[in-house]
Design a protein around this ligand. Structure first.
Ligand code: C2E
Ligand code: MG
Ligand code: MG
Length: 565
């Protein structure tokens, strides 16, 4: 192509006429040498009017000084620059743009392309702090990122061979860093990671701060996903070295979720959502990992959402049912009571395991009404058995409480309500809690347990041995019974270490005057070992699986036959 040396010849005139293509060429004084036609529509000035202005005249005055400063730094040592600013529109109002600048040293000219951001500000809004740039890191923010991504998607629609990728990344365990080292250090770490990413990607790619410790990266014009992985590896390699923040060395790892462009993606937020899903998956691998989004992840997320929706109606539709698993008094060889375990009779899926829906119910807060229902249902059922069946008056029932319930201000009220409505004496009710639920706010939890105990209700520590709490802490907790997790029982008959573990717990419990229940007893040998160790109570498939109320009633009437279940 013929090029005139005296003219800024890198741009052909056809290029200047393309719709939506905002290009400018200007010299170091800001004098405009070329203006593409699209500016007319974008700013409302005619081309003739535009050509009379300088580059700096186009900018909103609040952004001018910053821009002059940035441009003055460009030269042989810095040939490219990207930044956000606002341009004045004719008749008032402003247009937000991101500039991609390249400096041509030979010609001493700036070649600027601008991505328009959809936000058209009124004059008043323009006086607000920069709405596109994150104040802490100086990176573009989420709305600017989405906007640029929207542009990229539009471009890809016109040019289907365009390939790009979106990365959603988050600093692993950032909250811990923030809490343990302080917010100032947290901020420094965010700035350092922001810089590291910015310096690792190409100037034409974009990194933005999406929220908190999360960043978005848009990689344009990539060959395939493997070029994306190169970027991930480069960032991860750099993170092998610690950051020095205020004289402290801090290591950080980052998890990445990756989405590659595909014709199915038409919306920026959908693409970012999928990248986020993949990042959550990467985080579950323990940090410092990446995951490429695939359809399974999407399906899983949809299933989870459906589950959540169904769960919202399950209570009012009466789809929950309490199952009962016997707890056996090892010394007497008799039935001591039941653990109430919730079951969900899903209209389409059948019986759904609590392992699947209890965590969802906890996250959505539905566990509070569900738990309240279980409390009442278990108390009601046991009271019926106690008053109607011979020998049943000494039985007790254990109900599981989740951390959300323990934190709920009305828990005490819900327990009292269940007892009052059912007529069950408080001494027949036990509540199972886990260590992790207690740890969230130990002082509050202890006060609550004291209040429950004062009424005669007994407290069990469920899944004991799987939590993080220190043993020294145990005597502070108003606990009546330790319920040893079934992972310690499973290999009891074949592993000496597990036997030592359970034995130690039995000694500890004796010292603290607590009872021990072992869960997950499946074999007669296990029961025999536990009995010899002095364990008071067991529970497991050896005696019975959790069963519906009418079957539990049969167990009360006929007695237990170990192994017969
Ligand atoms: P968990 O409280 O530790 O309950 C014991 C779990 O172990 C039950 O699973 C029970 O079926 C299972 N299990 C009992 N004996 C054996 C055995 O010998 N072998 C094996 N392999 N498993 C045994 P389930 O009913 O699926 O409940 C799972 C968890 O869901 C419970 O663990 C509890 O954390 C939670 N959950 C169940 N019902 C409720 C509820 O009403 N409220 C709350 N908050 N959580 C509940
Ligand atoms: Mg339990
Ligand atoms: Mg348990």
């Amino acid at each position: 192509m013929y090029r005139q040396r005296s003219e800024p010849g890198h741009l052909s005139s056809a290029f200047l006429k393309l719709p939506d293509t905002l290009l400018l060429v200007f010299d170091r004084e800001g004098r405009l040498r070329l203006v593409s036609d699209a500016w007319e529509e974008a700013l409302g000035f005619s081309l003739a009017e535009l050509r009379q202005q300088s580059f700096f005249d186009l900018l909103f005055e609040g952004d001018r000084d910053d821009c002059v400063r940035r441009l003055s730094g460009m030269g042989p040592g810095q040939l490219t620059l990207r930044f956000a600013s606002r341009c004045c529109r004719k008749g008032g109002g402003y247009l937000g743009v991101v500039w991609n600048l390249t400096y041509d040293v030979d010609e001493a000219l700036f070649y600027a392309s601008a991505h328009e951001t959809a936000v058209h500000l009124s004059s008043e809004e323009a006086h607000l702090p920069d709405v596109f740039v994150d104040g802490l890191t100086g990176l573009p923010n989420r709305s600017l990122f989405l906007d640029r991504l929207e542009h990229t998607l539009h471009r890809a629609e016109r040019r289907p061979d365009t390939r790009f990728a979106v990365l959603h990344c988050g600093i692993d365990r950032f909250k811990v860093i923030n809490h343990s080292l302080g917010h100032r250090m947290g901020d420094l770490l965010l700035m350092s990671v922001a810089n590291l990413i910015r310096n690792t990607i190409r100037p034409t790619d974009m990194v933005a701060r999406l929220a908190g410790d999360e960043f978005g990266i848009l990689l344009e014009d990539i060959r395939d996903v493997s070029s994306t992985l190169h970027v991930v590896h480069r960032i991860q390699n750099k993170l092998q070295l610690p950051f020095t923040l205020n004289g402290h060395e801090v290591f950080a790892t980052v998890s990445f979720g990756i989405v590659a462009s595909s014709p199915e993606y038409r919306q920026a937020d959908v693409m970012l959502r999928d990248a986020n899903l993949a990042m959550v998956g990467a985080k579950e691998q323990g940090g410092g990992a990446y995951m490429v989004f695939n359809k399974d992840m999407h399906d899983q997320a949809v299933r989870r959402l459906e589950l959540e929706m169904d769960l919202r109606h399950a209570l009012e539709r009466g789809e929950f049912e309490a199952y009962y698993q016997p707890i056996v008094d090892l010394r007497q060889g008799s039935l001591a009571g039941f653990e109430a375990l919730v079951r969900w009779n899903h209209p389409v899926r059948g019986l759904v395991s609590p392992l699947e829906f209890v965590p969802v119910a906890e996250e959505t807060g539905l566990i509070v009404p569900l738990g309240r229902w279980m409390l009442y249902e278990a108390c009601r059922q046991l009271q019926i058995w106690r008053t109607r069946l011979p020998g049943a008056e000494r039985l007790s029932v254990s109900v599981n409480l989740s951390s959300k319930q323990i934190m709920h201000v009305q828990l005490l009220g819900h327990v009292q309500e269940a007892l009052a409505r059912s007529g069950l004496p408080p001494t027949a009710l036990k509540l199972e809690i886990t260590e992790s639920a207690l740890m969230q706010d130990a002082d509050r939890a202890i006060a609550l347990l004291e209040a429950l105990k004062a009424q005669g209700i007994r407290i069990l520590l469920d899944d004991f041995g799987t939590g993080y709490s220190s043993l020294s802490y145990l005597h502070r907790l108003p606990i009546d019974t330790l319920k040893v997790d079934r992972s310690f029982v499973r290999h009891l008959h074949e592993r000496e270490t597990d036997r030592h573990f359970v034995e130690t717990i039995v000694h500890l419990a004796q010292r603290l005057r607590q009872e021990v229940v072992c869960e997950g007893v499946e074999r007669p040998e296990q029961a025999a070992i536990l009995k010899a160790m002095g364990v008071g109570y067991t529970q497991g498939f050896l005696y019975s699986r959790p069963v519906a109320a009418h079957e539990a009633q049969m167990l009360i009437l006929t007695g237990l036959e170990p192994g017969g279940a």
